[in-house]
Design a protein around this ligand. Sequence first.
Ligand code: PLP
Length: 405
Amino acid sequence: MIYLDAAATTPVRREVLEAMWPHLTGDFGNPSSHHGVGESAARALAAARAGVAGVLGCRPAEVVFTSGGTEADNLAVKGIALAAVSGRAVAGAGAVAGARAPDAVSGGRPPRDRHVVISAVEHPAVVESAEYLQRVHGFEVTTVPVDSDGLVVPAEFAAALRPTTALAAVMYANNEVGTVQPIAELAALAREQGVPFHTDAVQAAGWLDLRLDALGVDSLGLSGHKLGAPKGVGALAVRQRVRVEPLVHGGGQERGRRSGTENVAFAVGLAAALTLAEAERAEAAARTTALRDRFIEAVLARVPDARLTGHPTSRLPSVASFTFGATSGEAVLLQLEERGVIVSSGSACAAGDDDPSPVLLAMGVDPVEAQTAVRFTLASSTTAADLDTAADALVASVSALRALR
Ligand code: PLP
């Protein structure tokens, strides 16, 4: 099997499993317990938090472990926006909650308006969180369009912001077409207006620089299972100055931002995976970019009507995504699987959904063509031989399907 669906998920790395193992067995304590077993778990959790913070260039207290990327995005979008409009929430690194606390980002301002800004290509975790704010809390949601490469145009983003906007969210890299947004530039525009800025870095992790300061973002979301950690763990890094209304209430873990007994082993796994990915990142990104470009060239040359989706250069090293004229993406996927090549038609999150991808529609792709989308996503272990086989299988699959017409 040639697995080219790394953007959907990855297997757990051996080193990650080995790091986790002691915390699933002998060192099983509850980090809140006041005895040696608990204290040992608390130390492991603190080390994991420091490991994640090290890669993100933030303080350990700014890291909130979550159940994954979806929860990280929910906590950022709902938690930061709700805190900004109420002025009553837990400050990022444990400051005391108080009624009408000063504004989080720009200091001393009154609570913000019920207005959020998101891009037109966000993951459903962000889109539906914004829709929830609209439906239940009366927010206005401004969706900033993208160009035909899937890029947010900074001037259009700036025009959507108001000095009273509660939150803006633009993903770092898109999961369907791989387009990488100019996050530092967009975050600077938000900062000029004093608007908290969140970025979903789930797909960027392992490929791009995740340091919060370099990006200038207020919060950043991650998911473990895209990186060789298990499914069901992630993190939200949120700057100390930014207030967050918790979504899960209870024992006050994660400095009140996310209650519930901490998943120590999975936090350890996330930290191990992220640290390894960061150490390997420069080399993996350069090698994978070269393989990706060679594959894209082969597909465009050999498959009639193939069209690359997403930005030609500002894209993740790992993503080669296409449309195929009038040949159903779902049918191509099945044909490829028969030939031992595993890919995805669009994003795994919309699996089973026959509607054309909202991301492609936002990029102006015709709805019929959008249903021909196929995404190949590489891992750092993908080889040139894997991609040669995949290109051959794709040529054979598309011509078999076209012969049926
Ligand atoms: N954000 C993006 C860009 C993603 O690609 C995904 C997963 O596919 C998520 C968020 C959700 O992450 P998780 O599967 O950990 O909930």
